[in-house]
Design a protein. Structure first.
Length: 182
């Protein structure tokens, strides 16, 4: 794989390998989108290019992520899944689907897939709990092929989200999300 500023050129000897590489690059790029949101702002019209510590760190993170890919595992639908969600307020949503499997005779938790996206303008104004709730609903919708009918646990850093399932609310967003989660 050769990485240029604007393009990623993927080449392979076999078609099957080529498809695998495309999947890997797509997964990696989805994760990087929400981790590097301040760099995207530089692409906007009339924005002065300014190198800050945050932008330099994000650039270094991109370089590291593109050159040090984790190994993904195939799902075993007989075993429970772990869904890790993370919502960065005013930036983006992210989730990782994990599973504990026996690899080389030892139990090991591996990543099945990563998903992420930037928040829309209106979503960026949500309160932290609403953003976490949006993240959970979005992740459940995106990963329903894996999770429908399966046993899984959700991990989040938002303790308020745990009370969502029992909460009585008049907030239409939260009510709609409660229904979607059930």
């Amino acid at each position: 794989m050769v990485v240029y500023i604007y393009y990623i050129i993927i080449y392979s000897e076999k078609w099957e390998d080529h498809l695998q590489y495309i999947d890997r690059v797509e997964i990696k790029s989805q994760v990087l989108v929400w981790q590097t949101s301040s760099l995207y702002k530089l692409c906007s019209k009339d924005v002065v290019f300014e190198v800050t510590k945050e932008r330099r760190d994000e650039y270094e993170k991109i370089k590291y992520e593109l050159t040090n890919a984790p190994v993904l595992i195939l799902p075993d639908f007989e075993l429970p899944f772990k869904l890790y969600i993370y919502a960065a307020c005013s930036q983006g949503l992210g989730a990782a689907l994990h599973q504990r499997q026996i690899v080389d005779g030892e139990p090991r938790e591996g990543v099945i897939c990563y998903i992420s996206r930037q928040l829309k303008d209106l979503e960026a104004r949500y309160a932290a709990t609403q953003t976490e709730c949006l993240c959970l609903v979005w992740a459940l919708e995106k990963l329903h092929y894996y999770l429908e009918g399966a046993v899984f646990e959700v991990y989040t850093d938002c303790t308020a989200l745990k009370s969502l399932l029992n909460m009585k609310t008049t907030n239409r967003h939260m009510l709609r999300w409660q229904i979607a989660i059930h």
